[in-house]
Each structure stands twice: as C-alpha cells, then as structure tokens.
Design a protein around this ligand. Structure first.
Ligand code: ADP
Ligand code: ZN
Length: 532
C-alpha cells in the first residue's frame, strides 16, 4: 500500500509537467507546494530568480476556485498575467484587477471569476480595501491568498507600502480560514518576523533558500574627484564592450548627465527615472532589453520586475540607502549564472545626501532610515569579505574565509591582533548589563563623558575609558567584526543593544587570537559637488 504523507491527493509532478512543461522542481518548490496544498500558511524566502511564482501558480492551477495574489505594482501584475497566460491555452486563466482597468474590463474579469474560469487573480492591495470588491470576493470560491513581495509590509524592507499593513484585516473579511502563502526575496530576520506578525501567518511552514550569489563580484571604490570617478566608469565600461550594464544614481539629473557623458565617449546609454513620461520610459527600457543601448543610467525606479538575464555589471554611482537595496540592485546582474560585476563608488558626502533626503519624513522613519544607512556604511567600510558581510546581514552562516570574488578577498589587507581589545569590549558590554548600543559602548570604552553617561553615572565604572588608547573608528570596526564572528549580537527588537552570545562567554574565559583589519581607505575620499 502506498502511504501518502500529505493530506491532499494531487499529483504535483504531473501538474508541473502539464501546466508549465517543467520536468523537475527547483530548490524547495516541491515542499512549499505540498505545504500550501495541505492548507498550511506558507512562507517562501528565495532570492530573485529562485522560482517563487511557481509555488503559488501551480497550486492555483490544481485547486478548485481562484487564488487571489496581492502584488504591489501594476507593471508586475501585467507581466505575471502574460506569463501565466503563455503557459495556458485559455486566456481567462489569469486576470488582474487594479485601477488601470475600465468598467467593461472589470466586468469581464468578474464574469470569468464567477464562471470559475480564472485560476489566478492578481490584485493591488488597494483593490482589497474597497468594500464592493470584498463583497464580490465573498460571493465566489477562493482557493487561497498569496502575498507577493511580502517585504512591502515592513518598514525595514526596501519598499515599504503602508497598504500592505491592512491585508490581514481584508483577508479576514473575505474568509479568515483560507491558507496564505507569503513570498519575498528579502531575508533579513527583522523583515521576516514583521511579515509573519503583520500577515498573521499561523504557525507557517517556512522555506528559505541561500542568498549567496556566487557568480557576482563585489567591489567598492572610493569616490574621489568627479572627473576621476567618471573617467574610471568610462574606462570600466570601455573594457566591457558589448556587455549590458546598469548605473544607479541617487537623483534624476545625474542620470541624464551621466548618460550624456557616456554617449560623448562612444558608449550608447540612456537615462531612466520616474520623472520621464511613461512612453519614453517604456521605449528606453525596451532599447536596453533589445541591446540597442549598452547602458541604462537609472534611479532606483528602474529594475523591479526587469527580467534581463545577461546584465554583466551594475555600478552604484551613489551609496544605496540600505544593504537590502544594494543586494536587490546588484542582484540584477548575472541572473543567468554567468559573470556579474558590482562596483560601488563611495564617498562620505553621499551619506549626507541620503540623510538630507529624509529630512521631511516623520521621526520614526528617519530613525529606521539612519540605522539602515549605518549598516550600509559598515558594509562599505569593512575590510572583511563582502560576501560574508552580506550573508551575515541576511542571517546566513558563512564560513568560507576567502570567497575569491570580492575586492577584500582578492586584495586582503594586513591584519592586526586585537585579542586584548576584544576582551575589553566584552568587559564593557558586561559592565553595562548588555543594555546599550554600539555607539554608547564606544563612548564608555574611549571614556567620552556624554550627558547620558553622566546620567547613568557610568563614568564611575572601573571599565570607563579602558580603551582610550584607541579611537572610536577602531572600536567601531572591532565591534562590527565581533558581530560578524557571532561573539556579540545586536538585539534588533531592543534598539540594537549589544548582547553576549555563547561564544562571548567562552572568549572571556579563555581569550584566543582575534585578528582584525583596519580600514581608513575612505577617510580622504572627496565627494563631488553635484546638486541634489
Ligand atoms: P522569482 O519570482 O523567485 O524571482 P520566478 O518565479 O520569476 O522567480 O522564476 C524564475 C525563472 O525560473 C522563471 O523563468 C521560471 O519560469 C523558471 N522556473 C521556475 N520554476 C522552474 C522549474 N521547476 N523548472 C524550470 N524552470 C523554472
Ligand atoms: Zn570575499
């Protein structure tokens, strides 16, 4: 007797073949699909290109009724609907419902849903906030809810959409008992817990894939004088003739200026930003996809949902506003698994620009923004393997000492012994009862008497100023490396205070060699004087 360990009886391999023409599942697709078909809340965390969509598309095709898929962008929805229709003989199998449709189009969609012809319905979150839609959805058979780009629910993600916060409420109004599948390519633990909490996922099965992109090469260069930076970019692109690439900049004007300069240097380039009208944007995007132009110089408005597998380089002309953004943007290179070079030009002044952009935002948003920027700076300034830092940020363990595919691994800097100083850090964290953040611990180490120090009378602690031989830069760098090695951890639920890990106890009892790299490369980088 064949025992089926799953509650459902669908043959999903046959479904994969008949609906999509694929022979095998990728990664953890199969488990995830079983989970959803068994009626469990399911959470998929896979990098871009991992094959997330199939995890809800296949179940939607197999189950009775229509699946509702929440998607943040109209352009993405249309794309997905076209893709699904491409697999089917039946045009009605997928539809979207959003503000771009007129009355008669809406009627067609509703008629197909009522007639049970539609398996996948893509909606914008706003669609679900309308009472008439809710009433309609209650009247038809829904199979499950899928929340695509689920990180939009979290202000710690890279694309916060407040409307995503109301999804649980909306789903409850339609039918609180339906399973929910959430999907994202954002792997930070903070964003994950936000998603589970805000979507009210009940004891979800979670499927995470590795985020390492082993074919991508990471390099950070100091951004010196404007003309030198531009020369360096032109040289780089000229050395990569015939290879497509993206240059990301912070502001719209720079996209135009850089594109002009590239064209003047015989590199075909176009600018792309949200200030251009839709037609021009579409035609420039097209020119890039068809390789009529080699380079697209863009603001972050460009990229989400772009499926060009052979982008060979991504250049950041300005520092991105979070590691998450950096990972997503660089992630557009080398989707085919072949070469992908990611180069970021960095100056301190760019950071001030990012901060300036946040000046009118509410305080809470500014605080989140400031912390995200700080983490980006730690990544930029580190002398440790870039990949290691990225993977650590995404909560993945990374043991490889030399990845061979980043500037820091290819040109390792000299290391210095910091065993004694690491012990001093631990003593300070301990003396402060593991209740203070990095900046504060550094103040205590260096013996800086701030008003808060005075308030807590920490200047009376025996450890106050034990590290005054070294400067704040040194201590920050050391603490970051201790975080990377899991000797300390930052409690993200508690304002980023520094806490011991089991390794810390061990280290204090029996200190071992702890070598670190110091990096002052960027201290003298001069920023350009471009306007924002
Ligand atoms: P993501 O949403 O995670 O970025 P997609 O769902 O767009 O990824 O899938 C990436 C690519 O992989 C698509 O071209 C898709 O058709 C393909 N794909 C997905 N699952 C499979 C599979 N089991 N076998 C072969 N190709 C697959
Ligand atoms: Zn490396």
């Amino acid at each position: 007797i064949k025992i089926n360990k799953h509650k459902h009886t669908h043959d999903i391999s046959a479904g994969l073949q008949s609906s999509f023409g694929f022979d095998q599942f990728k990664g953890r697709q199969e488990e995830a699909i079983h989970s959803l078909l068994d009626g469990h809340d399911t959470f998929i965390i896979m990098p871009t290109g991992g094959g997330k969509s199939l995890c809800y598309q296949l179940p939607a095709m197999m189950l009775e009724g229509s699946a509702i898929i929440v998607s943040p962008l109209i352009a993405l929805m249309k794309n997905q609907v076209d893709l699904v229709r491409g697999y089917s003989e039946n045009e009605n199998v997928a539809h979207f419902l959003n503000s771009s449709l007129n009355k008669s189009q809406i009627k067609t969609v509703r008629d197909d849903l009522t007639a049970g012809k539609t398996k996948l319905l893509y909606v914008a979150p706003e669609t679900l906030t309308k009472q008439e839609n809710i009433d309609f959805f209650k009247s038809i058979k829904i199979s499950f809810f899928a929340v695509d780009e689920a990180h939009c629910i979290s202000e710690w993600g890279h694309d916060f959409r407040p409307e995503y916060r109301r999804l649980r409420e909306m789903m409850d109004m339609i039918n609180p008992d339906l399973p929910v599948i959430a999907l994202t390519a954002t792997a930070t633990p903070k964003v994950q817990s936000d998603i589970i909490k805000n979507l009210g996922l009940k004891d979800p099965n979670i499927y995470i894939s590795s985020f390492n992109r082993k074919n991508l090469y990471y390099e950070i260069q100091p951004k010196v004088k404007l003309d030198q930076t531009i020369k360096s970019i032109v040289r780089f692109i000229s050395q990569n003739k015939g290879k497509s690439g993206i240059i990301y900049t912070l502001n719209r004007k720079t996209t135009e200026e850089l594109a002009d300069i590239l064209n003047a240097n015989n590199i075909k380039a176009v600018a792309y930003h949200a200030g251009l009208d839709a037609k021009l944007r579409a035609s420039r995007q097209d020119a890039f996809l068809k390789e009529d132009v080699q380079v697209i110089v863009a603001t972050i408005a460009f990229g989400m949902g772009i499926d060009k597998p052979d982008i060979r380089f991504v250049i950041h002309y300005n520092v991105p506003k979070s590691i998450e953004n950096y990972y997503q943007e660089t992630g557009r290179a080398g989707r085919d698994g072949l070469e992908g070079k990611c180069i970021l030009y960095y100056s301190h002044k760019d950071v001030a620009k990012l901060e300036h952009l946040m000046r009118d935002k509410p305080l809470s948003e500014r605080e989140v923004g400031a912390q995200l920027i700080n983490e980006t700076l730690a990544f930029v300034e580190t002398s440790v393997c870039r990949r290691k830092v990225l993977m650590h940020y995404f909560g993945e363990e990374w043991h490889d000492e030399n990845c061979g595919q980043c500037d820091n691994c290819l040109n390792p800097k000299e290391k210095i012994e910091a065993k004694i100083e690491a012990v001093q850090v631990l003593k300070v964290v301990q003396a402060l009862d593991e209740r203070f953040n990095i900046d504060y611990c550094v103040n205590v180490l260096t013996g800086r008497q701030t008003p808060t120090v005075t308030m807590y009378r920490h200047e009376q602690l025996p450890v106050f100023g034990i590290g005054k031989e070294q400067d704040a830069h040194f201590w920050n760098s050391l603490i970051r490396q201790m975080l990377l090695e899991d000797i300390l951890r930052k409690d993200i639920e508690d304002y980023g205070v520094l806490k011991f890990t089991p390794k810390a106890e061990k280290f204090l009892k029996k200190p071992v060699s702890f070598k670190i790299v110091l990096n002052n490369n960027y201290d003298d980088a001069i920023a350009d004087d471009e306007e924002t």
